[in-house]
Ligand binder design. Structure first.
Ligand code: SAT
Ligand code: MN
Length: 593
């Protein structure tokens, strides 16, 4: 497929090391994917689903010990340890290559090694970056065919250069103890072994489009962010674009595909999805920032997705979709998960493959879920009923607002606006959120997750903050920056704000702020809405509750200040002075409350 010696040498090197029986180049033809799907079905790696109800869909289970990203086994292998920063694991690059080579040596004997040329971003667009992934997993090939733009054209675009991201994946034997997800930003290389789970092995996603790309963006003057991109169409037909950074499993996919409440729909408002997870952002025309979604599909969390919470996501999964670790309905070969608004199947297997009925208890009397809490669907973006017509625009969409948001039971109010770009960078840097099932480890623990990039920043986070400040300096029409929190709970631990479609009411306020058509209350943390400026038309939600989630409590925020002070210490002298200044100011202002 190519005469490029760099690529041929790269493939040969790992062919010699892994010793697969065959090497197959992926050409993205229908015939080839059909054959691979059939092979996956024949070996049991995949199950074909009901072709009438779910045409083109397949089912897959990962190993029980391999169901989420593994942050403790994720490394940034920069030459200088200091450059990985305090928030990343680090290994010396040469040591790391040798270690992983040693573990994966000969591991593809009896297997096939696939070579996948892919593009992040529309092929040929100014944003596009190319990669080649080697893998011994059919599941990975089929997922990459959905999530990225796989095409032999990528090889033409790489030409005779060495300018592509080298992505190496070997399943080895899915040994948890020898699982490593390693990044070599200075070599444009990713090396992942002993996993078969999404975020660890679909190397175009978090590994390339965030960790490696954030490093590339830093060097080249653009940004790779863990953000959804949506367009709000107003009744006059104008569309305003918003980027939103939220940690994994905090509702990015739902927000990106939001269906406005009737009140707004009747007026003519509509939401268009550009992306649900990753945004690449650079300066474009009119002194503005533009964003693209470099992906080509959704790798969304299944549990909780239903006709009410996210009909667009559900519709996206009705054909040509891969379901991973959900429950399998043996009766009609369909899938099920907790929170799907359909009765649980009676003749089913859970995500582990055990016979399962709803309410089944484990030895400790705890309910066994049918679907793993981090079970996923991999769906082509083209399936999405509300896909923006700008999705393929090679120049991206102009960004009016950037929204940061975490999962916080207390502290952060429903919404507030940063005073300016620098303050906005501060607001992003102090983001914290409760951990979710998207990564292995404890769930529900509050941790700092600046810009929702803690697990995904491919270099020193202090330098990353400075990069944000620098990008802001370069653009005249900076997006306005906001923070939102849909997850405030009451004394019974119940969410106060209804969320989902009703988040439109908050987006409405955000757009009005961008357009300068509504004023706000200045508080120590930034601009808050006057409660009466959040439109509650058609929603049964008492004003007192709204006031409750729009509060800035002195004791809580003094606590936050103490916490941030501690967190910031990590970054030492690489913390931008500007942020220290912002923190001091916050402290001073909170004391006046
Ligand atoms: O597993 S992924 O990293 O791809 C999804 C996520 O955690 O956001
Ligand atoms: Mn994500």
């Amino acid at each position: 497929m190519t005469n490029n010696q760099f690529i041929l040498n790269f493939v040969k090197k790992y062919q010699d090391l892994f010793q697969p029986d065959n090497v197959v180049w992926i050409d993205a033809s229908k015939q080839q994917s059909k054959e691979l799907t059939s092979e996956g079905i024949a070996t049991g790696e995949l199950k074909k689903l009901n072709n009438k109800l779910l045409p083109g869909c397949v089912y897959h289970r990962t190993a029980v010990n391999d169901v989420a990203r593994v942050e403790h086994a994720t490394y940034i292998c920069s030459k200088d340890k200091e450059n990985a920063g305090p928030t990343n694991n680090w290994m010396d690059p040469q040591e790391c290559y040798a270690k992983l080579d040693g573990i994966a040596k000969g591991s593809m004997k009896g297997r096939t090694m696939y070579v996948i040329p892919f593009s992040m971003g529309k092929i040929g667009s100014p944003f596009a970056k190319y990669g080649i992934e080697l893998t011994d997993s059919i599941y990975v090939v089929l997922n990459m065919l959905i999530m990225t733009r796989v095409s032999p054209k990528v090889l033409d675009k790489i030409g005779d250069t060495d300018n592509y991201v080298k992505c190496i994946h070997a399943k080895v034997n899915i040994d948890e103890k020898n699982r490593y997800i390693c990044h070599f930003p200075e070599d444009n290389t990713i090396y992942s072994i002993n996993s078969g789970y999404g975020g660890n092995v679909l190397l175009g996603k978090k590994c390339f489009a965030l960790r490696i790309a954030s490093f590339q963006g830093w060097k080249e003057g653009w940004m790779a962010e863990h953000m959804l991109i949506l367009g709000v169409e107003k009744p006059n037909g104008e569309v305003k674009y918003i980027c939103g950074a939220f940690p994994s499993a905090c509702g990015k996919t739902n927000l990106a595909m939001l269906i406005p409440p009737d009140y707004y729909t009747e007026k003519g408002y509509k939401i268009w999805t550009v992306g649900d997870d990753i945004a690449w952002i650079r300066k474009g025309r009119g002194g503005q920032l533009y964003a693209i979604n470099p992906e080509n599909g959704f790798f969304g969390v299944a549990p909780g997705t239903n006709r009410k919470t996210n009909p667009n996501a559900l519709a996206s999964t009705r054909r040509n979709t891969i379901f991973t670790n959900v429950a399998y309905n043996k009766a009609d070969k369909t899938v099920w998960w907790e929170g799907l608004d359909q009765p649980a199947p009676t003749n089913a297997e859970d995500w582990k493959g055990n016979k399962w009925t709803e309410g089944k208890l484990d030895d400790n009397g705890k309910k066994i879920p049918g679907a793993n809490p981090n079970s996923r669907f991999t769906a082509p973006i083209k399936n999405c009923p509300c896909l923006s017509k700008e999705f393929e625009n090679p120049k991206g969409v102009p960004i009016s607002a950037i929204v940061f948001g975490g999962r916080r039971a207390k502290a952060a109010p429903l919404v507030y606006q940063a005073r300016d770009w620098k303050h906005g960078v501060f607001v992003g840097s102090i983001m914290a959120s409760e951990t979710t099932a998207a990564a292995s480890g404890a769930v529900g623990v509050v941790r700092h997750d600046p810009m929702a990039m803690l697990p995904f920043c491919g270099y020193h986070m202090g330098d990353y903050f400075q990069h944000w400040l620098d990008v802001g300096k370069k653009v005249k029409n900076q997006p306005k920056i906001f923070n939102v929190n849909w997850f405030r709970t009451d004394e019974n631990g119940k969410f106060i704000w209804p969320g989902f479609g009703d988040n439109m009411r908050v987006l409405d306020w955000i757009i009005s702020r961008c357009e300068g058509t509504v004023d706000a209350v200045e508080t120590p943390i930034g601009f808050l809405p006057k409660p009466e400026d959040i439109n509650l038309e058609g929603l049964d939600f008492p004003m007192e509750k709204l006031e409750q989630i729009l509060d800035v409590d002195k004791a809580t925020w003094l606590n936050e200040v103490a916490d941030i002070t501690e967190f910031y210490k990590k970054f030492g002298d690489r913390l931008p002075r500007e942020l220290t200044k912002q923190l001091k100011e916050l402290k001073k202002k909170v004391k006046t409350l």
